[in-house]
Design a protein around this ligand. Structure first.
Ligand SMILES: CCCCCCCC/C=C\CCCCCCCC(=O)OC[C@H](COP(=O)(O)O[C@@H]1[C@H](O)[C@H](OP(=O)(O)O)[C@@H](O)[C@H](O)[C@H]1O)OC(=O)CCCCCCC/C=C\CCCCCCCC
Ligand SMILES: Nc1ccn([C@@H]2O[C@H](COP(=O)(O)O)[C@@H](O)[C@H]2O)c(=O)n1
Ligand SMILES: [Mg+2]
Ligand SMILES: [Mg+2]
Length: 221
C-alpha cells in the first residue's frame, strides 16, 4: 500500500537531492552500498544494546538511500539489471539486520524468548514474502498484488515503534510496549501477505499454464 501511494510523494521530495548527488559524481551503486552499510550499522550496533531511539535515527537516515538510488539511476538514464539485482539483494540484507537487531536484544539483555522468536519470525517471513515476488517474476508472472504488509510497511511499522520505544530511555514511562506490539503486527501481517501472494501466484500460474497449454507448451522449471 505504501509502495503504491507514498512512492510518488517521496520521488518528488528526493529528486533534487538525487540530482545533487549525480552532479557530485556519486553513482547509484555507491548510494545502494553505503545505504545498506548504514542500516546494518544502525541495527546491529544500537538495537542489541537496547538503544532503540538512536538506532532508529541512524537507520532512518540511511534507509531512504533505497528510494534515492533508483531515482538517481532513472534521472541519469542508467537503470540497469545489475542495479535492480544489487538493490533488491541488499534490501534483504538490510531487512535481515534490522530484525536480527531486535532478536539479539530480546535474546540478551531484553531477556524475552517469546519476543526473540517473534523477531526471528518477522525476519524469516519478510524474506519469504519478498522471495515469492522474486520467484514469481522469475517464472514470468506479474505477481500483481498489493500485499497487506510489504517491505515499506514492515520498515515503517517496526521503525516508528522502535523509535518511540527508545524514548523510554529518556524517561517516558510505558512506551517500550510499542515495540512488541509492532513486532506482532509485522509477524501476523507478513503471514497474511504471504498468503495473499501465494494465492495470487497460484491463480496467475494456472492462467499462464492454461494459456500455454492451449498453445501446446509446457511448464517453466
Ligand atoms: C520522537 C520520535 C522518534 C521516532 C523517530 C523515528 C521516526 C522515523 C521512523 C521511521 C521511518 C521509517 C522510514 C522507512 C522508509 C522506508 C523507505 C523504503 O526504503 O521503502 C522501501 C520500499 C520498497 O523499495 P524497493 O522497490 O527498492 O524494494 C523492493 C521491495 O523490497 C520488495 O519487497 P517486498 O515488498 O516484496 O517484501 C522486493 O520484492 C523487491 O525485490 C524490492 O526491489 O519503497 C517504498 O515502498 C516506497 C514508499 C516508501 C514510503 C515510506 C514512507 C515512510 C516515511 C515516513 C514515515 C515516518 C513516520 C514518522 C513518524 C514518527 C513518529 C514519531
Ligand atoms: N544501484 C541501483 C539501484 C537501483 N537501480 C534501478 O532502480 C530500480 C529500483 O528503484 P527504487 O526506486 O526502488 O530504488 C531498480 O529496479 C533498477 O532499475 C539501478 O539501476 N541501480
Ligand atoms: Mg532502491
Ligand atoms: Mg530497494
Amino acid at each position: 500500500m505504501l509502495n503504491k501511494y507514498a512512492r510518488a510523494f517521496f520521488t518528488r521530495v528526493l529528486t533534487p537531492f538525487a540530482a545533487f548527488l549525480l552532479r557530485r559524481g556519486v553513482s547509484p551503486d555507491a548510494v545502494t552500498l553505503i545505504g545498506t552499510a548504514g542500516v546494518m550499522a544502525g541495527a546491529l550496533v544500537f538495537f542489541p544494546r537496547g538503544e532503540f531511539f538512536w538506532g532508529t535515527i541512524v537507520i532512518t537516515v540511511f534507509v531512504f538511500s533505497d528510494l534515492i538510488d533508483g531515482n538517481m539511476a532513472r534521472q541519469a538514464g542508467i537503470s540497469s539489471r545489475w542495479g535492480a539485482f544489487l538493490d533488491s539483494t541488499l534490501d534483504r540484507v538490510a531487512d535481515g539486520a534490522i530484525f536480527a537487531g531486535f532478536a539479539l536484544w530480546y535474546a540478551g539483555t531484553g531477556d524475552n524468548n517469546a519476543l526473540c522468536a517473534v523477531a526471528i519470525f518477522c525476519l524469516a517471513s519478510g524474506q519469504v514474502v519478498s522471495y515469492t515476488k522474486a520467484r514469481g517474476e522469475s517464472i514470468g508472472l506479474p505477481v500483481a498484488v498489493n500485499g497487506l504488509v510489504e517491505r515499506a510497511e514492515r520498515l515503517v511499522i517496526s521503525l516508528v515503534a522502535a523509535g518511540l520505544a527508545g524514548l523510554h530511555g529518556f524517561g517516558v514511562p510505558g512506551i517500550e510496549i510499542l515495540l512488541p506490539i509492532a513486532l506482532w503486527i509485522v509477524a501476523v501481517g507478513s503471514l497474511v501477505t504471504l498468503g495473499q501472494r501465494v494465492v495470487t501466484v497460484r491463480r496467475e500460474s494456472a492462467e499462464a499454464d492454461a494459456a500455454a497449454g492451449s498453445r501446446g507448451s509446457g511448464a517453466t522449471s
